[in-house]
Ligand binder design. Structure first.
Ligand SMILES: NC(=O)c1ccc[n+]([C@@H]2O[C@H](COP(=O)([O-])OP(=O)(O)OC[C@H]3O[C@@H](n4cnc5c(N)ncnc54)[C@H](OP(=O)(O)O)[C@@H]3O)[C@@H](O)[C@H]2O)c1
Length: 391
C-alpha cells in the first residue's frame, strides 16, 4: 500500500501536533507531505526537521526572516497562495484543516475542488462558508470528514444507516470550567480560569469558546452543514465527563452514542484512516471506574452564546460569519485582558442585533465582507468599553 500524503494546516497547534503524533505512529501508512503554520517559524522548522515534509508554508512570514534550521531540500512557501499550493500538491491525499481562524478558507476550498479528502477540525470554515465548502467537496467528488470529536461521534453513529432515518442529533458539551458558576461569578473570571478546561487540552481560543459555550453553538452550525439537518433537529446536552462524545437518535427511537476517552488522536486518526480504524494503543475506557454518567440541559440564561448561535444558524446567509467574526475579536480582547469574560458574548450579541446590512451571502466574497465588517464593529465596541481590571 502506498503511503498517504497529508498536508497539515496548523501543524504547530494543538490539533496539528496530535495529528503529527498519529502520523508518526504509522510511518508505513502516512507521510507528512506538507506542514503549514501561521507565524511560529521556529516551531515549524523544528517539525520540519523531524517530519521532513516536501513543503512547508508560513502564512505570516517572508523569506528574509527564515532561520537556517529548515532542512535542505524543503520547499518554503508563504501566505495564502503558499498554503493553497501546499494543500493542492499532487502528493497530498488528505488535507488536515486545523489552522485556527479563517485564513485557510481559499486553500481548503481549492483542495476540496480537487477532490482531496478534507479532515476538518477548523469549524470556523464551515460556520462561515459551509455552503461553499460543501459545494466544493461535491464538485471535486471528495469528502469532508469531521475531526471535532462530537462530529466524529455523530459521523461514526450514522455510518451504515440511512441519513433520512436520523431524527435528531444530540451534541454533548462538557459545560466548560464555569458550568456551575453564576453569571456574577463568571464576570470576574480570569483568563487562566477560562483556559482551565475540565476534560480537554486545547488551544486558547477554543478553550475560551468552550467556557462561554460559543464553541458548542459553532458546532451546532457546523453540524447543520456536515449532516444536512436544520438547527431545530440538533440539540445540545451537557455531559461533564466527556465520555459520550455525541449521540444520534433514529426514527425508530434507537439512540446510538459514541464513547471513548477524551483524546483528539482518536477522531483525528479516524478521519485519516476512514473507513479503517488505526490500532492507536491509547489508554482504554474503563466503564467500571465511571461513577454514573451525568446529562443536563444547558442553561441558556447563563450561557446566552447558545441562543445567539441558534439564531444565526436559523437566519443563515452571512449571520454565522458575523457571529464568528465578532466572537473571534471579543475572545482575543478577553485573552489580552481588555474585556471581562461576560463581555465576550455581550459584544457578539450587540454586533448581531445591531447589524444593519443584509445577511444575504451569494458569494464567498459576501461572507468575507460580512466577517470583516463584524470584526470592525466588535473592535469598535471593545475600544469604547471601559478597560477591564482582571480581579
Ligand atoms: N484543540 C482541539 O482539541 C480542537 C478540537 C476540535 C476542533 N478544533 C479546531 O481546530 C482548529 C485549531 O485548534 P487548536 O486548538 O489546534 O488551535 P491552536 O493550538 O491555537 O493552533 C492553531 C494553529 O493554526 C495556525 N495558524 C494560526 N493562524 C494561522 C494563519 N493565519 N494561517 C495558517 N495557520 C495559522 C497556528 O500557527 P502558529 O503556531 O504559527 O500561530 C497553529 O498551528 C480550530 O479551528 C479549533 O476550533 C480544535
Amino acid at each position: 500500500m502506498s503511503r498517504l500524503g497529508i498536508a497539515v494546516l496548523g501543524a504547530t497547534g494543538s490539533v496539528g501536533r496530535n495529528a503529527l503524533d498519529v502520523i508518526s505512529r504509522f510511518p508505513r501508512r502516512f507521510r507528512a507531505a506538507a506542514l503549514c503554520a501561521g507565524s511560529d517559524i521556529r516551531g515549524l522548522a523544528a517539525l520540519a526537521r523531524v517530519f521532513r515534509p516536501d513543503v512547508v508554508c508560513l502564512y505570516d512570514g517572508n523569506r528574509g526572516r527564515l532561520p537556517r534550521e529548515f532542512p535542505r531540500g524543503t520547499r518554503l512557501l508563504f501566505g495564502e497562495e503558499g498554503m493553497r499550493e501546499a494543500a493542492c500538491a499532487g502528493n497530498v491525499d488528505i488535507v488536515l484543516a486545523a489552522a485556527s481562524g479563517v485564513s485557510s478558507i481559499r486553500p481548503v476550498l481549492s483542495a476540496a475542488r480537487e477532490g482531496k479528502r478534507i479532515a476538518l477540525a477548523n469549524k470556523e470554515l464551515l460556520v462561515m462558508a459551509g455552503k461553499f465548502v460543501t459545494a466544493a467537496a461535491r464538485r471535486g467528488k471528495g469528502e469532508i470528514l469531521p475531526v471535532d470529536s462530537e462530529h466524529s461521534a455523530v459521523f461514526q453513529a450514522i455510518v451504515g444507516h440511512r441519513r433520512e432515518d436520523v431524527r435528531r442529533i444530540l451534541l454533548t458539551a462538557s459545560g466548560g470550567p464555569f458550568r456551575t458558576h453564576t453569571t456574577a461569578r463568571m464576570r470576574s473570571a480570569t483568563v487562566a480560569q477560562a483556559l482551565g478546561h475540565p476534560t480537554w487540552r486545547m488551544g486558547a481560543k477554543i478553550s475560551v469558546d468552550s467556557a462561554t459555550l460559543m464553541n458548542k453553538g459553532l458546532e451546532v452550525i457546523e453540524a447543520t452543514w456536515l449532516f444536512g439537518l436544520p438547527p431545530a433537529r440538533i440539540e445540545v446536552v451537557i455531559h461533564p465527563q466527556s465520555v459520550v462524545h455525541s449521540m444520534v437518535e433514529f426514527s425508530d427511537g434507537s439512540v446510538m452514542a459514541q464513547m471513548g476517552i477524551p483524546d483528539m488522536r482518536i477522531p483525528i486518526g479516524y478521519a485519516l484512516s476512514y473507513p479503517e480504524r488505526l490500532p492507536l494503543e491509547l489508554p482504554r475506557l474503563r466503564p467500571h471506574r465511571m461513577q454514573g454518567l451525568v446529562f443536563e440541559r444547558p442553561d441558556r440564561k447563563r450561557f446566552p452564546a447558545l441562543r445567539l448561535a441558534y439564531a444565526a444558524a436559523r437566519t443563515g446567509g452571512s449571520a454565522p460569519a458575523v457571529l464568528n467574526g465578532a466572537n473571534e475579536e471579543a475572545v482575543r480582547a478577553f485573552l489580552a485582558g481588555r474585556i471581562a469574560f461576560t463581555d465576550i458574548v455581550r459584544i457578539v450579541d450587540r454586533v448581531l442585533s445591531g447589524w444593519s446590512e443584509t445577511f444575504a451571502a451569494r458569494s464567498l466574497q459576501d461572507v468575507l465582507a460580512a466577517d470583516a465588517q463584524a470584526r470592525r464593529e466588535a473592535l469598535d465596541r471593545i475600544s469604547r468599553q471601559r478597560r477591564h481590571r482582571p480581579s
